[in-house]
Design a protein around this ligand. Structure first.
Ligand code: CA
Length: 228
């Protein structure tokens, strides 16, 4: 059975969501503050998190950032202000969906189902690194080094880099990258893919400002290549 975390400090609302989520056949766990969520995720490995923004002790934005440093658990951010959604997307938190209050619990359950339906866990594909490359990938630990300098990548950025690095000079479109980014085949917007790629390119540039290792291919996607 899938377990859903409901992170919501309005108890009445949390209980309504719990009822609907349980009726849909899922387990639900309620958390009424932000600072306990990250540890609870490590402990319980939930299948999805409904994450309110305004929370006591630690807000949902901070919680989302901390989770994304080690986990690709699906996250639906919940905000009380519809105008905040654009700002949240701009923050590139790596959330999967956004819901604005007041919402219908039915709509929330529909979105939860839509995301979980795509949850078919597969082993991430392994790529072997070319020995002559400036880039070295450690798939077991999601770590990468460029020119001997370790890159500080999130798991998703690592997967993008590994996907692009795999086949020599292959161009991958955003859908293909999405497949590599998430083991559960979830669909995210092109903009989400682009923002992860943009962050990854920035980190590569920190090591070698003169090179453009990941190149956009107009109308298609992205390609990895090293300066000759
Ligand atoms: Ca709240």
């Amino acid at each position: 059975m899938s377990t859903i975390f409901i992170v919501e400090d309005e108890l009445k609302l949390a209980l309504v969501l719990e009822k609907y989520i349980q009726a849909a056949g899922y387990d639900a766990l309620i958390f009424d503050r932000g600072d306990v969520v990250v540890d609870a995720v490590r402990e319980h490995s939930p299948d999805l998190i409904l994450l309110d923004i305004m929370l006591p002790n630690k807000d949902g934005i901070e919680v989302c950032k901390e989770l994304r440093a080690f986990s690709d658990v699906p996250i639906i951010m919940v905000t009380a202000k519809v105008e905040e959604i654009d700002r949240l997307i701009g923050l590139e938190l790596g959330a999967d969906d956004y819901i604005c209050k007041p919402f219908s619990p039915r709509e929330v359950v529909a979105r939860v189902k839509a995301i979980l339906k795509r949850t078919t866990r597969i082993e991430p594909e392994k790529h072997s690194a070319a020995l002559s490359s400036a880039l070295i990938l450690d798939h077991a630990n999601f770590q990468a080094a460029l020119n001997g300098t370790e890159l500080d990548l999130t798991p998703i950025e690592f997967k993008i880099l590994a996907a692009l690095f795999g086949p020599p000079s292959a161009v991958l479109n955003r859908n293909a990258l999405m497949e590599h980014m998430y083991s559960d085949h979830r669909a995210v917007s092109d903009r989400t893919v682009d923002s992860h790629v943009a962050n990854l390119r920035k980190k590569l540039k920190l090591v070698n400002p003169d090179a453009e290792y990941i190149q956009p291919v107009y109308g298609v996607g992205y390609r990895y290549s090293e300066p000759s």
